[in-house]
Design a protein around this ligand. Structure first.
Ligand SMILES: Cc1cc2nc3c(=O)[nH]c(=O)nc-3n(C[C@H](O)[C@H](O)[C@H](O)COP(=O)(O)OP(=O)(O)OC[C@H]3O[C@@H](n4cnc5c(N)ncnc54)[C@H](O)[C@@H]3O)c2cc1C
Length: 531
């Protein structure tokens, strides 16, 4: 594998120095999840000057809490929305090509316990294959009972008729987010985490900039931008209110969020490189059991949630649903005592009438772009898989609205992300235990750091921690254990046991308090299920 160029340091003092120099950016993005990072990279790769501010850490919001599937939108097919399926299939291919070290194809099996299920689901998936054409990752096949058991050896055998196998993609969501941030920086964008936007600046009724604050020092900054993009996920309505407060007594909420829970158990509950998909649970939902980074992820739920905590907690009925449904399909039922970690993500679901009362620049079923009368561009909805298409759409709408005149055409669909080398077929799958392979072509640079041979646990080495701080914007133990390594999501007790040791390395690198106790408390939350 070729060695990539030396990684660019993410020295915080230097980043804040650039921020303090002022000037006027073409684009200021608020929010460093999939949506905002995609916009920052797309804009920077077209030669625009870009700043992105993330209040917590990149992907700390929904973008580290997904099911980690790159899906071609098979469910839109059932709704007859061929356009959306084609877009999602195109984007699936794009991520696999541009980040082969972080995203790979994954086979799924839908088991059939009723004779009609195999032809019913199989024919729909054959249509999916046909739409995918050359973007297809493998042909759908109809499995007999024995073949289904070869693919998923611990599937409940009683009444099993067979199944259908189809292909989609899988990725490491938080590492992809950090890689998007680093790739945008390599194209000249200025990205700063732990730096929330605290206010918007208007000149004669038009939005012209923003105020932000370095959370580490409390230092405030003001900056100007031609175009301010609100990509704050489920929190978009908060920023919209700041934009509209002077003109409107109230800004109508765009979102009706819902939460989804995932539970992690050991892989021996389903020792396979295939995922299990139950298309219709007892109450009509979808359930996945997905091999991911050496563990098995079970989920998810869909529960409306009106408060929007940064660290949402699961409801007992959600855990009961996941474990109960898993028990119906697996020979050995996972129990609460088997759970190694769990996480909760908030879906930014757009209300159908969210355009009313504002200047709507465009609304689609999948994501929404709104440009307010004062010029705040809000983008939300959609999903991880289509982040790049969303970014292209936002920038096009900014150009059409006169905010970015003369905008060059995009080229992000053929833009390899940092570390990309080879093809997905050259790499261990994302379902394999974590290791140096997720650094792709940059792994030699990681290995060159002190502590490459010193494994702390769970595949995490001292050198990886140093790489995270020096080149991947990590500032705290949580940044390392939750989103550079994914140990907090995979095995919260192991993550807690490593927190002190990781903290000592982070402190050496940053010279600051690495917030060990906060990470240990968070690990407890990932481990403790609701009563
Ligand atoms: C349970 C679940 C499962 C999912 N599974 C999949 C899947 O398998 N595949 C898929 O394609 N999609 C999936 N999705 C959808 C996908 O995860 C989301 O669409 C996507 O992550 C949303 O990204 P975002 O950037 O809009 O929001 P976020 O990731 O939440 O990012 C918003 C960011 O804005 C920051 N922010 C907020 N306020 C401020 C401020 N004032 N200043 C600065 N920063 C601020 C937040 O800290 C946050 O980091 C799933 C979603 C959920 C909930």
């Amino acid at each position: 594998m070729p060695t990539a160029l030396p990684p660019v340091p993410t020295d915080r003092a230097a980043l804040l120095q650039r921020l303090s120099e002022g000037g006027r950016f073409d684009v200021a993005v608020v929010g460093g999840g999939a949506t905002g990072l995609g916009v920052a990279l797309d804009a920077a790769s077209r030669g625009l000057s870009v700043v992105l501010l993330e209040g917590q850490d990149f992907a700390k919001g929904t973008s580290s809490r997904s099911t980690k599937l790159l899906h071609g939108g098979v469910r839109y097919l059932a709704q007859g929305n061929v356009g959306l399926v084609k877009e999602a299939l195109h984007e699936r291919t794009t991520v696999l090509r541009n980040a082969p070290h972080l995203a790979q194809p994954l086979p799924f099996v839908m088991p059939s316990y009723k004779t009609w299920e195999t032809p019913f689901y199989g024919i729909g998936l054959k249509v999916y294959d046909a739409l995918a054409g050359s973007a297809g990752l493998g042909a759908t096949d109809f499995l007999g009972r024995e073949a289904a058991l070869r693919a998923l050896p611990t599937l409940r055998t009683e009444g099993l008729k067979g199944g259908v196998r189809y292909w989609d993609g899988q990725f490491d969501d938080a590492r992809l987010a950090v890689t998007l941030a680093r790739t945008a920086a390599a194209h000249g964008a200025l990205l700063i985490n732990h730096c929330p936007v605290t206010g918007l600046l208007h000149d004669q009724g038009k939005l012209g900039g923003l105020r932000c604050e370095d959370r580490e020092t409390g230092r405030a900054f003001e900056l100007r931008a031609r175009c301010v993009i609100n990509a704050t996920g489920v929190w978009v309505d908060g920023l919209r209110r700041q934009d509209g407060a002077a003109r409107h007594a109230e800004v109508r909420a765009m979102l009706a969020p819902s939460q989804g829970v995932h539970v992690v158990v050991d892989r021996d509950f389903l020792p396979s490189d295939h995922a299990l998909l139950v298309p219709k649970t007892a109450d009509g939902r979808v359930l996945f059991a997905v091999p991911w980074l050496g563990k098995l992820v079970l989920g998810t739920t869909d529960t409306p949630r009106t408060d929007l905590p940064l660290e949402p907690t699961a409801f007992a009925h959600e855990i009961d649903f996941i474990l109960g449904e898993s028990a119906r399909y697996l020979q050995r039922a996972p129990t609460a005592a088997d759970v190694k970690s769990h996480w909760v993500g908030l879906r930014p679901l757009v209300k159908p009438d969210s355009s009313s009362g504002e200047n709507t620049q465009g609304i689609s079923r999948e994501h929404t772009v709104l440009i307010s009368a004062r010029g705040l561009v809000t983008v939300t909805g959609g999903n991880w898989t289509t982040y790049r298409a969303m970014a292209e759409d936002v920038l096009k709408k900014c150009r059409d609205a006169g905010l970015l005149p003369g905008l060059a055409d995009g080229r992000s669909d053929h833009l390899p992300l940092l570390g990309a080398a080879g093809t997905p077929a050259d790499q261990p799958p994302v379902s394999a235990p974590p290791g140096a392979h997720s650094y792709g072509g940059e792994r030699e640079h990681m290995w060159a750091l002190p502590g490459a041979e010193r494994e702390l646990g769970g595949g995490l080495t001292e050198a990886m921690v140093r790489f995270a701080v020096r080149f991947e914007y990590a500032r705290t133990v949580e940044d390392v254990l939750a989103r550079r390594s994914r140990l907090l999501f995979l095995d919260a007790a192991l993550a807690a046991s490593l927190a002190e040791e990781v903290g000592a390395i982070v402190r050496q690198e940053t010279g600051r308090d690495p917030q060990v106790a906060d990470c240990v408390a968070l690990a407890r939350q990932h481990l403790t299920l609701p009563a």
